[in-house]
Ligand binder design. Structure first.
Ligand code: NAP
Length: 255
């Protein structure tokens, strides 16, 4: 079935975790959804959401750091769905290390996925949003943007996405395109589970340890972020632009 809202949402890194939850939330809302991911398993994940919700959900492999691939993928989406109305720049990777052990490759990979990826996808998406005078872009930052030991590359990229959001909001606002940013705290996903394992801690103990430092007394789940993304992409938030919303269970401070 086609989108009930007439909108098409594209979610990068949508194969699992936060991106998958955001895709599901948009589909529940009645938007057609395209999930982009490196992992070909994204097609199956999309099919499952389509069955659950009854709207069109498609999963495509696309590396957000590859300019030609991104351009081609967005053109194919616009051709098939008629528009690109919502873009969620969610794809992310970690290559944590202290500076003396951080390789150039670890630096470039993290900058590439988070910053270049967001730039390439926003550039491709706005091609279809500007003529329609309608668009919603949400970028995923992190509380790590405030500083987090061992995450020099990630923290820098996530802080960069906040500047990217504010400036893109200024560039695209006159075309009725809203650009906002969500900065999550600890969200229970594969990303945080693999961090626990790298540190030799069980994911459950790691979550318990983190929850003790969160005002609301628990760690986040992907749906906590998906609900805020859904609001920011709704027309109820059409006067919210260039904002950074922390979704972290407390008033944000450096962890
Ligand atoms: P995740 O479970 O690791 O999912 C990230 C997804 O991005 C993976 O499916 C990954 O694909 C995909 N991806 C990586 N590089 C890509 C590329 N070049 N092109 C396309 N897709 C790519 O992470 P998550 O926890 O859901 O995080 C989602 C976003 O929220 C990230 O930007 C992350 O930095 C941010 N965030 C997460 C937390 C948290 O606590 N979890 C907190 C703050 C911010 P592969 O599996 O194939 O690599």
């Amino acid at each position: 079935m086609d989108a009930k809202t007439g909108r098409t949402a594209v979610v990068t890194g949508g194969g699992r975790g936060i991106g998958l939850a955001i895709g599901r939330r948009f589909a529940q809302n009645g938007d057609a959804v395209v999930l982009l991911d490196l992992d070909p398993g994204v097609a199956e994940a999309a099919e499952k959401i389509a069955e659950e919700t009854g709207v069109t959900v498609k999963g495509l492999t696309c590396d957000v750091t590859d300019g030609a691939q991104v351009k081609e993928t967005f053109a194919a989406i616009a051709d098939e769905f008629g528009s690109v109305d919502i873009l969620i720049n969610n794809a992310g990777v970690l290559r944590d290390n202290l500076i003396h052990k951080m390789s150039e490759d670890d630096w470039d990979t993290v900058m590439g996925v988070h910053l270049k990826g967001a730039y390439l996808c926003a550039k491709a998406a706005q091609t279809y949003m500007v003529p329609k005078r309608y668009g919603k872009i949400v970028n995923l930052s992190s509380t790590s943007s405030l500083g987090n030991r061992g995450q020099l590359n990630y923290s820098t990229a996530k802080a960069g996405l906040q500047g990217f959001t504010r400036t893109l909001a200024l560039d695209l606002g006159k075309f009725s395109i809203n650009v906002n940013c969500i900065a999550p705290g600890f969200i229970d996903t594969e990303m945080t589970r693999s961090t626990a394992e790298r540190q030799g801690i069980s994911p459950d103990d790691y979550k318990k340890m983190k929850a003790e430092k969160i005002a609301i007394g628990r760690v986040g789940v992907p749906e906590d972020v998906a609900n805020v993304a859904n609001f920011l992409a709704s027309d109820e938030a059409s006067f919210v632009n260039g904002q950074i919303i922390y979704v972290s269970g407390g008033p944000e401070t450096r962890r």
